[in-house]
Design a binder for this molecule. Structure first.
Ligand code: FAD
Length: 287
């Protein structure tokens, strides 16, 4: 399929982008890597009259690790997330998750901002951002604001992004030194979206788990922060019974679609399996 016709714009700054979005109105759309938007345009599920390309917008490709804070610009590609040794040292789950997105060709173009702003429940980065308790930094006609990744997703393709706003960066506290991490993703084949996936971060202290964070991909209309599962793990010794309770609590909040990836019960069951595996791997990696 060939997309509908559109006018192409290439602003150089966030201010110029916001001004263009305000002037061109609801028929305009920003484009980042294009690997979600262009397929939708080809299917005519999106028919923007104006495409505003973020490639030349200054400041959106920065990666900053400043004290305990990590800030990643919206236009940093999934490939760049994998390549950054500094990010891999400060927050290794970013590399692990990025490597499980699609294939290298898509990761060369696909951006962190596009992945989290799109609102596709199949995207892997939103759940990771919820596990990391990230803030999304937004810019729009009213100025700048931030919103928690845990509050951003409303339904499939519906987010808290207001008309005329763009996401400029994500920011989160670097996980503590010696933390354990894992992103476990079950998919039908290489390059596929998750049938179910779980991001787990945990901190061990004296053999017990002092903090834990669990989030899930593609098992509901939105990514899911598994609050009860996180609470069950925190303060426990991560014994088999506790991990089982956490896995079941995570599965209980899912509401997966029945599609080519399997029936509801299977995907729910798989969620528990992903959580168990991710906890086990994170535990072995924690210092
Ligand atoms: P675009 O396609 O350019 O934009 C996507 C949407 O986000 C658009 O609505 C656009 O307007 C909006 N947008 C983009 N940037 C911003 C911004 N800064 N502020 C506000 N709105 C913005 N992803 C996964 O996570 N896991 C997978 O397994 C996976 N498999 C894939 C397999 C295939 C075959 C393909 C084609 C894609 C796959 N993807 C997968 C999606 C891929 O990672 C996309 O690149 C990514 O989700 C979107 O990023 P993008 O930069 O390409 O965004």
């Amino acid at each position: 399929m060939i997309p509908g016709s559109f006018e192409y714009h290439r602003p150089g700054s966030v201010g110029e982008t916001v001004e263009l979005l305000a002037r061109l109105g609801e028929e305009s759309r920003v484009i980042a890597g294009g690997h979600s938007l262009i397929p939708m345009m080809k299917l005519r599920l999106a028919v923007p009259e104006h495409l505003i390309d973020l490639q030349s917008v200054e400041g959106l490709k920065d990666i900053a690790i400043d004290g305990g804070d990590i800030t990643i610009g919206a236009m940093v590609t999934q490939h760049e997330l994998i390549e950054s040794e500094a990010l891999a040292a400060a927050c290794p789950i970013l590399r692990e998750t990025s490597k499980q997105i699609a294939d290298p060709q898509i990761r060369y173009c696909g951006t962190l901002g596009g992945n989290v702003a799109n609102g596709d429940p199949g995207n892997d980065m939103p759940a990771l951002m919820q596990a990391l308790d990230a803030d999304y930094l937004l810019a729009g006609p009213e100025g700048t604001r931030s919103i928690k990744a845990r509050d951003f997703y409303e339904a499939a393709y519906f987010t808290a992004l207001n008309e005329g706003e763009i996401l400029t960066a994500v920011r989160f506290a670097a996980p503590s030194a010696g933390h354990g991490w894992a992103y476990e993703k079950q998919k039908r084949k290489i390059g596929d979206y998750a049938t179910a996936a779980a991001a787990v971060l945990l901190t061990l202290s004296g053999g017990a788990c002092s903090a834990a964070s669990v989030a899930l991909t593609n098992v509901a209309d939105t990514p899911l922060f598994a609050e009860e599962a996180s609470t069950i793990l925190s303060g426990s010794s991560l014994d088999a019974d506790t991990v089982e309770r956490a896995a079941k609590a995570a599965a209980a909040i899912t509401d997966p679609a029945e599609d080519g990836r399997g029936p509801v019960e299977f995907r729910r069951h798989l969620t528990a399996v992903m959580v168990r595996r991710a906890v086990a791997t994170a535990q072995t990696r924690a210092a």
